[in-house]
Design a protein around this ligand. Structure first.
Ligand code: B12
Length: 446
């Protein structure tokens, strides 16, 4: 018997002009994986960052009438929602359009508001690895719809709702690379290596930074083992001749044993792969107590760059507003430790938190100046605070006069890089730009 077909799409993100850093869309790759592994559906992936709307129409012409549903992934900001709605409109113009099911970070925080949009037939809230196979089973008559975790669906004039979805994703790694043209995602990243690919090895985060979307995972963390990561990277190297990996996990270093095992494994297997990952300053402080050799083994295994959210140079902001659980002195100390190993630090900051004073912003800028004195001099990127739904600081921002978009279409124009809050001044916009120093603008990298 033919397996049902599922189309999964990652709509385009309107990034900075000529942005070249579009990476493999793990959001849909991770959910395609379970459908393939469980052998319950055939899957077609569409990446709007690589293919245009003409290609979308062609794909729909070819197979939309065989699909049991079309899944569209959306995050808040970056114009992805508007692009998803355009794709949805094109699909709906066809006869026999299968149900349009939305998922992804935006849906995870605003499922009901997303479902209100006339083009949206259903949403799946939470991690897709559990919800998506259940939806396939339900639509092929093997499971009642009311048992699909995270589902909210329009049925006539009423709404059907499944049980809550688990915040743990568990099934990661061994991704179905054959569904993408992987070569197209290999990037020359001057801070890593000429043939770099992105990779996601965990989901969720254990920390509680009050502005961050990851809080919606309820601090439940899922990860692949070091061995599985090494197997996948070895496989990617032999298939696509990669020489670098850029991890896009929320915090790659939550499990320090895994970090050490990975670094040692890279050397033992002689893989010759340069790599970069995200880290929380508290991971480094923890490592000093339990794995004092960690930084050294990272450098030895050719970790070239560590991305760390520093957020602020003010102890009050760090403690009371962000809940970063670290002080300015500790941040400087941790950055020194990274530089001492010759690893490039890449530090991000936020100015314009609700309730932050001008003096506190100046403390952030003076911290950046101090960090620039390190050798190697780190990259710094200053963002304007943007309230993201589902986070404690979103509520705080509303109380202080921020007006949130009230429906899906209105979120289309929510631009993370523009001022979103009434208290942002032109001085803050200028400071954000002049204190941002990256090694190379992503648009200049071929
Ligand atoms: C890679 C990435 C990007 C890439 C885009 C992706 C690509 N392929 O090129 C780039 C760099 C372009 C990017 C840009 C932006 N990003 Co971004 N990005 C990420 C990152 C680091 C990884 C995404 C990923 O692959 N995750 C792994 C997958 C497996 O997880 P997932 O996407 O959540 O998908 C799971 C579920 O959500 C669900 N799911 C997802 N899609 C679907 C679809 C269906 C149908 C179903 C059923 C389920 C489902 O199942 C998946 C498996 O469990 C995440 C952080 C993170 N670690 O997740 C941020 C993240 C997605 N980005 C975010 C944001 C805000 C942005 C920006 C808008 C602003 C910014 N800070 O950079 C910009 C847009 C640029 C602009 N012009 O303004 C936020 C989104 C928050 C939100 N509320 O939506 C995140 C979560 C970071 C954060 N913690 O704040 N980003």
């Amino acid at each position: 018997m033919n397996k049902p077909l599922v189309i999964l799409a990652y709509p385009k993100i309107n990034h900075e002009k000529n942005y070249v850093y579009f990476w493999m869309p793990f959001s849909i790759l991770a959910i395609a994986k379970v459908l393939i592994d469980e052998d319950i559906a055939d899957v077609v992936l569409f990446d709007g960052n690589q293919q245009d709307l003409a290609a979308w129409k062609q794909l729909l012409d070819k197979c939309s009438d065989q699909a049991i549903f079309i899944g569209l992934s959306i995050m808040t900001g970056g114009g992805q929602i508007g692009n998803a709605l355009e794709m949805a409109k094109i699909a709906k113009e066809r006869k026999n359009c299968p149900p349009l099911v939305f998922g992804g970070p935006h849906v995870n925080v605003l499922p009901d508001q997303t479902l209100e949009h006339p083009l949206v037939d259903a949403v799946l809230q939470g991690v897709g690895q559990t919800s998506i196979p259940a939806l396939v089973r339900a639509l092929t008559g093997c499971l009642p719809l009311k048992d699909v975790p995270g589902l909210r669906m329009k049925v006539g004039n009423s709404r059907l709702q499944g049980p809550p979805n688990s915040p743990r994703s568990l099934k990661l790694g061994g991704y179905p690379w054959h569904l993408l043209d992987v070569q197209k995602y290999v990037r020359d990243d001057p801070t890593i290596s000429p043939r770099t690919l992105n990779y996601v090895s965990s989901q969720g985060c254990i920390y509680k930074c009050q502005f961050c979307y990851e809080l919606t995972y309820q601090r439940k963390y899922s990860k692949m083992s070091a061995e599985l990561m090494l197997n996948d990277i070895e496989d990617l190297k032999s298939r696509y001749d990669i020489s670098g990996v850029k991890f896009y996990d929320a915090d790659w270093f939550v499990d320090l044993n895994r970090a050490t095992a990975f670094s040692e494994g890279l050397l033992e297997r002689n893989l010759d792969i340069a790599w970069a990952a995200s880290i929380n300053p508290n991971d480094i402080l923890r490592a000093r107590r339990v794995q004092p050799q960690l930084m050294k083994s990272l450098a030895e295994s050719h970790c070239t760059r560590l991305l760390m959210g520093v957020e602020s140079g003010s102890n009050r902001v760090l403690e009371e507003i962000v809940k970063k659980e670290v002080t300015r002195t500790q941040l400087l100390d941790v950055a020194q430790e990274i530089a001492d190993q010759g690893i490039l630090g890449s530090y991000t900051f936020i100015i314009g938190f609700p309730g932050e004073t001008q003096q506190e912003q100046e403390e952030t800028l003076s911290l950046i100046e101090e960090l620039w004195n390190l050798n190697p001099s780190p990259e710094t990127r200053v963002h304007l605070f943007a309230p993201y739904p589902g986070t404690p600081l979103f509520e705080a921002a509303i109380q202080q006069g921020f007006k949130a978009p009230s429906h899906l279409e209105a979120w289309s124009s929510y631009d993370y890089y523009d001022s979103q809050t009434p208290w942002t001044t032109s001085e803050m916009v200028k400071a954000a730009s002049s204190f941002t120093k990256m090694r190379l603008s992503p648009s200049k990298i071929a």
